[in-house]
Design a protein. Sequence first.
Length: 447
Amino acid sequence: MGTFALACAATDDALAWCLLTAAVALATTGTALSALTTLGLTAAFAAVLALIRPLLRTLLERAGRTGDELVLALLFVGLCLSAYTTDQIGVHPAFGAFLFGAAAPRGLPAVERSAARIRAVVLPLLLPLFFVDAGLHTDFSTLPAGQWGWGAAILAVAVVGKWGGAAVAARLTGSDWRWSAAIGTLMNCRGLTELVVLGIGLQTGVITETLFTLLVIMTVITTAATAPILRRVASDDPRMTPPTPHDDPEHAPGPGGDPMTRSPNPVLDAVLTRRSAPRLTEPAPNPADLERLVQAAATAPDHGRLRPWRLVAVSGDERARLGDAFGEAADTPQQARRAAAKPMRAPLLLTIVHRPVPNHPKVPEWEQLAATTGMVTTLSLLLHSHGFASIWRTGAAIEAPQVHKYLGVDDEQLLGWLYVGTRYASDAADRRPLDTPARITWHTSGI
């Protein structure tokens, strides 16, 4: 459901930006001919960006061989030039930034790392300032009593149009009412995009501050109501939970969607079907699921219950920072670029830190190390049984001071990383069966 809703929202946002362009052009030009000219120039600029996309990809690939700094500079310059172009055309600069983002190539590690660095600045610094600016233009005290009725009408029209429209469309295409209601609930969430559009409308004079305030109230209410309504609508419906990926259709989840119902012996099934996954993509376990799986993995054999380990989870933009630490520890610029891209191979990296209890009277350090590795093995099996995949990776970085400093590892042993995510369907791998008679020696009578 999440993937379907995101696809619908992306289409909806693209259409909204096109309509916004038309509205701004009509509002900021004097005649219909001027508005058509503005729309034509905007369409031409969008076509130019689409045509030069292969060239842009080649340019960024070559720049990536030199260093991430050049890629970051190219992206930033392209973003600014695109925004400046649409501003000169007569459309808001935000639309130019949107077009450049749509034209930017995907799948290049250097681009992903550079984008992560941009987000690392924008999200904690500039995004709060945007909300502050929106709040400064929202004044509830100046709203006359009669305007609150209009606010209720705006809210009703917005909900009926977005929630009702999406739900009815889903129902007409064959979905049941529960699924349709959930799709309508997700589509009814306005969020940041709505605030950006309202801000542009206010700046260009299309709407007044009073109308802006009423529309902000509608946006906040519909966004805040999404999560509780969705929980009520979705409840325990297995269709509305994330799909569980599996390589072999014979090992697909049984009724109810629980991977643990695949066979009469789910533990043996998980052990026999687990494979390391060299390529991983979204989704990865969320924090709540990860804590639950780690709690279960901690039941692995552990003499004295010492728990001689801890995990450092790295995800999102922090993967780029870990990649920077990898790169700083490399010997050559080429190795640095290759090392810096490694954390981007999975959506979640679990750093395994071994912290043995020294001079324990009953549990030697080698046995404590066995307890740590047993926990990691159990965790990888649990991840597999819940539809995720993983691979164990080490390398020279486990000894690098730069990596230890970033992860906060002090007087401990960094063993490696468990890369976690979802396996690509095309990466199914078979394993040769073990010659068990050659591996088992019996010392007993009767055999």
